[in-house]
Design a protein around this ligand. Structure first.
Ligand code: GDP
Ligand code: GDP
Length: 439
């Protein structure tokens, strides 16, 4: 199952950015440039001891006046509740415990989410240690003194965070073979409409899986007697008036939903085409090795002749050229056109994601490929491919043993990938290669 998700929340200036940078180091994956705002992190893939997790920053543009601080904090907390396994609630020992902290603590307590309470700016235990006790009043567990700026107490904090992962992943790891699908895309492309149409018009059964974790907001849709789990669809319905907040939310949602999915359906508005944000979101699915279906929605609004679909297709493929394996489908959530074909595509992509090729057959294909096109050489030395094997599924990962890694050119890997795809398809899923040397 997917990596655990950790969210940091707290009032402005308590030190969230500082902590984020200390934990994430250089591994920050998506930053957003908004004019007039500093480069803004959204999430980072992090690691503590042997634990991998995704850290998300629910913040964004932070308000200055106190009356909107609380509503902003509530919004951040809700995003964290919807998306995270563990929430780090950060407070500031120098500002002390304030009313907004207590209110948000109430909200977190009611959600039943796992919360780790960090009290920041405890730069000296002698000086500030006693002030930390006050934060017990929040009623969300033991306050942990830290100093993000001086990197004090960070190890203990991360130990506490990671100690909750087992529980979270255990509850998700119950044997579950149902396809898991993340519907992703920027706001207003029609994600909720697609789900609602799938729920509403046919013989589908909707049920919310009971549970205390994020599973609670998954939707199960039955099609041809088979169950499909659509992840985190409740989150889609979250609306905000601020464009930047909406964008941030759709990226956070994409990261956390894709993490748990087998296949992602990237929804694009047919009239608008692919935007930069669409490409970023597609990149999330690609980086995480998930299957990708691009659903071009609102197809009912396009004036068409017999060439229109192919024109759209080649345009989309050109812009999304970093996911050449993606499957495309043109749909309308309003008319329902081709909506049920989605299930066939999902079945195919899910099967390909888990497809395992026998070593013998694989090596035959690679040998034929090598005969058809000689491997690259450099300074009189030619690449030799000894042996290949599929080391993993989800995504399919191939290990290729060669005489000299330096000689394996990117374009030759691409050539081998194409040959493997010609032979076995793998439509809709990324393929990974690991090149190993053997003398
Ligand atoms: P955010 O608004 O919650 O993201 O807070 P920042 O990370 O931007 O920090 C706000 C201010 O607090 C900055 O001036 C930081 O340098 C300062 N700060 C952060 N952590 C500490 C700390 O551990 N001790 C002290 N004394 N200052 C800190
Ligand atoms: P989301 O933010 O991605 O979940 O988008 P919504 O499902 O809320 O849809 C945004 C708007 O687009 C709504 O006004 C929908 O009625 C409209 N919409 C969604 N799908 C279609 C479609 O296939 N055709 C048309 N004409 N409108 C659509």
């Amino acid at each position: 199952m997917g990596k655990p998700v950790v969210a940091v929340i707290g009032r402005p200036n308590v030190g969230k950015s500082t902590l984020f940078n200390v934990i994430a180091g250089d591994s920050i994956s998506i930053v957003k440039d908004t004019p007039g705002v500093t480069r803004d992190r959204i999430y980072a893939d992090c690691n503590w001891l042997d634990m991998n997790f995704t850290l998300i920053d629910t913040g964004g543009i932070e308000p200055e006046s106190t009356d909107i601080i609380l509503s902003q904090m509530r919004q951040q907390a809700q995003i964290a509740i919807d998306n995270a396994d563990v929430i780090i609630f950060m407070t500031d020992v120098r500002q002390g415990l304030v009313d907004a902290d207590l209110k948000v603590a109430d909200m977190l307590r009611r959600s039943g989410k796992t919360v780790v309470l960090a009290v920041n700016k405890v730069d000296s235990i002698q000086k500030f240690g006693n002030d930390v006790y006050e934060f017990y009043n929040m009623g969300i567990g033991d306050p942990m003194p830290i100093s993000a700026a001086s990197r004090l107490g960070i190890g203990d904090l991360l130990d506490a965070v990671c100690s909750h992962f087992d529980k979270a992943s255990a509850s998700q790891d119950i044997q579950d073979d149902r396809p898991k699908i993340a519907i992703i895309g920027k706001p207003n492309v029609g994600k909720s409409s697609i789900i609602n149409k799938l729920i509403g018009t046919s013989r589908v059964i909707v049920s919310d899986i009971a549970g205390t974790t994020r599973d609670a907001i998954d939707t199960v849709i039955v099609h041809n007697k088979k169950e499909y789990v659509f992840i985190d669809t409740a989150g889609i319905r979250r609306k905000s008036k601020i464009k930047e907040e909406l964008e941030r939310y759709s990226i956070i949602r994409a990261v956390t939903a894709v993490e748990r999915a087998d296949v992602s359906i990237l929804v694009i508005d047919a009239l608008e085409g692919v935007s930069e944000q669409d490409a970023k979101i597609a990149g999330i699915a690609h980086d995480r090795g998930k299957g990708v279906i691009v659903a071009v929605n609102k197809w009912d609004l396009v004036t068409k002749d017999n060439k229109t679909m192919n024109e759209h297709l080649s345009n989309l493929k050109r812009i999304l050229s970093f996911i050449p394996y993606a499957e495309y489908i043109f749909i309308s959530a309003v008319s329902g056109q081709r909506l049920y074909k989605l299930f066939d595509l999902i079945d195919m992509v899910v099967a390909n994601h888990a497809l395992r090729i026998q070593t013998g057959v694989l090596n035959e294909i690679i040998s034929e490929a090598v005969v058809l096109q000689q491997p690259p050489s450099d300074k009189g030395k030619r690449l030799k491919i000894f042996y290949s094997t599929q080391a993993a599924v989800k995504p399919p990962t191939f290990v290729v043993f060669v005489n000299n890694k330096e000689l394996m050119h990117f374009s030759y890997v691409r050539y081998l990938e194409n040959k493997i795809r010609e032979a076995f398809g793998f439509r809709g899923v990324p393929i990974r290669f690991i090149i190993r040397e053997r003398q």
